[in-house]
Design a protein around this ligand. Structure first.
Ligand SMILES: NC(=O)c1ccc[n+]([C@@H]2O[C@H](COP(=O)([O-])OP(=O)(O)OC[C@H]3O[C@@H](n4cnc5c(N)ncnc54)[C@H](OP(=O)(O)O)[C@@H]3O)[C@@H](O)[C@H]2O)c1
Length: 333
C-alpha cells in the first residue's frame, strides 16, 4: 500500500511516498482504510530526530497520527467495532502512521466517527481534541468561572481548546495576529490580545491557568498573568522529569529533562505557580466523549486547508509555515 514515509532522521530524511507492506494485525487491533488524515507540527519534527529518545519508529516509518476512515478488518479480540464502521482515532506514539491508504488502529484508540462530521472534519480532531481534553480537564482541572490563557488561539490546538474551555464554563484569554482576531472571538475568547501590537503579559491579569502552546519565553512570561496557586501546563516544553518517569525513560533522560525544566519550575515556584509538561496519549474513551461534544455542536471543527493524498508532503510544508488557521487535512477518499 501507498504511505508517506521518512527514511532516516536528520537534515535529509527523504520524506516521500513509498510502497509499504500491507499491515498485519494483533488480536486487539483493527485495519482502517484511511479516508482522511490531519497533520500536526510534530509530524514535521519527528523526521529531524529531535523526538528520537521519546518516540520509537522502525525506519522507514509512516508519518502522521490523526485519521478518520472505515474499518476493513478486525482482530479476534476486538468487540466494540466491526467491518464497515466509520471511526476516528489518534495513533500517536504507537510506532505506526496514518498518512497511508490503511492504518493499524488499536481498538482502545478508536471512537465512532461523529455522525454529523464528514471524514475530513473528523480527521481534524484527534490530536488537538485529546491534547486539549487532557491538558484542560486532567492536568489543569479547569472549572467553571476560572480564567484560562490559551495563546495562539487561531492554531489547531487553540481553535479546539478555546471551544472546550468555554464548554467547561471558563473565561478564555488568547493571543493572535490582527487578521485572526474575529476568528478567535467567534470561537468564544473573552480577552484577545493582538500579539503584533501588544505584549500579553502587560495586558492580562488574574488568570488561574495557562495552556502553554507557544515556544520561547512565552511560558515564563505567562507567570506574570497568573494568580498564586495556579498552574501552567505546557505542551511545547521544556520537558520535565515527571514526564520522563511517567514514560519510564532511563535515568539519563530523566536527569536531562529535569535539568531542562529546572529554571521554569524554580521561577514558577517563587510565585506559587506549578509548572507541568504534557504529552498527548491516544485514548478512544476520551475521543468518544469529544465526539459527543462535536455531535451536539458544542465544538465545531475549524479547517484551514484540505490537500489531496498526492500532495501530502505539501500539506506538511504548508503547516510548517506556522500560520494555519485551525487544521490542515489530507483527503484520501
Ligand atoms: N505536547 C503535546 O502533546 C502536543 C500536542 C499537540 C501540539 N503540540 C504543540 O503545540 C504547538 C501548537 O500546535 P498547533 O497544532 O496549534 O500548531 P499550529 O496549528 O501549527 O499553530 C499555528 C498557529 O499559531 C499561531 N501563532 C504562531 N506564533 C504565534 C505567537 N507568537 N503568538 C500567537 N499565535 C501564534 C499562528 O497564528 P498567526 O498566523 O496569527 O501567527 C497560527 O494560527 C506546537 O508546537 C505543537 O507541536 C504539543
Amino acid at each position: 500500500m501507498k504511505a508517506l514515509t521518512f527514511k532516516r532522521y536528520g537534515k535529509s530524511p527523504e520524506i516521500g511516498f513509498a510502497e509499504v507492506a500491507h499491515p498485519s494485525l494483533k488480536a486487539d487491533e483493527m485495519l482502517v482504510k484511511v479516508y482522511a488524515a490531519s497533520v500536526n507540527p510534530i509530524d514535521n519534527m519527528v523526521p529531524t530526530g529531535i523526538f528520537k529518545p521519546v518516540l520509537h519508529f522502525q525506519l522507514p516509518a509512516t508519518l502522521g497520527s490523526d485519521l478518520a476512515g472505515v474499518v476493513t478488518e478486525v482482530g479476534n479480540k476486538v468487540t466494540r467495532f466491526k467491518v464497515g464502521d466509520a471511526v476516528f482515532a489518534s495513533i500517536f506514539d504507537l510506532g505506526t502512521g496514518s498518512i497511508a491508504e490503511f492504518a493499524v488502529v488499536p481498538e482502545s484508540a478508536a471512537a465512532p466517527k461523529p455522525a454529523n462530521l464528514d471524514f475530513v472534519q473528523a480527521a481534524s480532531i484527534p490530536m488537538v481534541g485529546l491534547t486539549s481534553w487532557q491538558a484542560l480537564k486532567e492536568r489543569l482541572n479547569l472549572r467553571a468561572g476560572q480564567k484560562v490563557f490559551i495563546p495562539a488561539g487561531s492554531g489547531g490546538i487553540g481553535t479546539f481548546a478555546i471551544q472546550l474551555a468555554k464548554y467547561l464554563g471558563a473565561k478564555v484569554g488568547t493571543t493572535t495576529s490582527t487578521g485572526n482576531v474575529p476568528l478567535v472571538s467567534h470561537l468564544g475568547a473573552d480577552e484577545v490580545v493582538d500579539y503584533k501590537k501588544q505584549e500579553f503579559e502587560k495586558v492580562l491579569r488574574g488568570y488561574d491557568a495557562v495552556l502553554g502552546t507557544v515556544r520561547g519565553d512565552a511560558i515564563e512570561k505567562s507567570i506574570d498573568i497568573l494568580k498564586p496557586g495556579s498552574k501552567i501546563v505546557s505542551i511545547v516544553g521544556p520537558l520535565d522529569a515527571a514526564f520522563a518517569r511517567a514514560k519510564r525513560l532511563n535515568f539519563v533522560l530523566t536527569f536531562v529533562f529535569g535539568l531542562m525544566s529546572r529554571k521554569i519550575i524554580r521561577v514558577a515556584r517563587t510565585r506559587d505557580v506549578t509548572y507541568l509538561f504534557h504529552f498527548v496519549r491516544p485514548d478512544g474513551t476520551q475521543l468518544n466523549e469529544i465526539g459527543n461534544l462535536l455531535e451536539t455542536k458544542h465544538i465545531q471543527p475549524v479547517i484551514d486547508k484540505v490537500f489531496p493524498f498526492e500532495q501530502a508532503k505539501e500539506a506538511l510544508e504548508y503547516l510548517a509555515q506556522g500560520h494555519a488557521k485551525g487544521k490542515v487535512v489530507i483527503q484520501m477518499q
